[in-house]
Design a protein around this ligand. Sequence first.
Ligand code: NAI
Length: 260
Amino acid sequence: MQSTDSAPAAIVTGAASGIGAAVARTLAERGMAVAAVDRDARRLRECAEKIAADGGTIHPVPADVSDPAEVEAAVAEAAELLGPPDYLVNAAGILRLGAAVELTDQDWSATFAVNATGVFLMSRAVVRRMLPRRRGAVVTVVSNAAGTARSQMSAYAASKAAAESYTKCLGLEVAEHGIRCNLVAPGSTDTPMLRAMWSDESGEASTLHGNLGAYKVGIPLRKLGRPQDVADAVAFLLSDQASHITMHTLTVDGGATLGV
Ligand code: NAI
């Protein structure tokens, strides 16, 4: 991906589970030195151990992306360990479901703290370190719900739309410095976050085949996304193969939002 003697350095958030874990593993397999950030230190360590058992390496850096001091310390630690960052993947996220008029203040602020403010804090800290070197790439994992109304998901969808807009504006400002900022918008992807949404065994069928009562058409490709599907899209957008792509949202949802 980049031509220096040392491995290019990547920071991946949400790396203890699901999509972030698949991204961290994939980037490590592609020769990057990966700082894996998550607030769940125990699962982060377990994830690093699993990758090590398969012959790979990631460096756990536990931190809460919604806390400015923890973000600054984590990015400084990653830079100290692996060198200045070449890549950032914002994959940490939380989902609070509930009717738009029933969500609590806490649901709203917690969702925005991680999904929007977390993206801002991490991107600001990392891109500041990319600017003097005039290179780097950022990918923020949003959701197909950022651009498509979904019932019970208003806070989540709004927070993802905020993250998407911030990442594109950042991409505009730093483009002249050789830094690219893109988004991946997954649909239903088989991770603990998705399974937590299913209240009974009909959850998967309803995800695949749709639920017109909820105005969801299902997934035209008739399969759930895998974390690896999303990780491959992220790795593409970070790579030199995407060297002329910035401020772009790549949807990875099996057609669930009908290409809109
Ligand atoms: P997950 O729940 O399996 O993993 C999320 C990870 O983020 C967890 O390890 C969690 O500890 C970490 N995290 C949460 N808050 C954090 C914080 N404040 N600081 C640091 N780490 C924090 O979820 P999944 O499915 O892997 O989601 C990854 C990303 O993909 C999220 O941004 C999610 O919104 C997005 N996404 C997921 C979809 C799905 O169907 N699974 C669909 C669309 C988007």
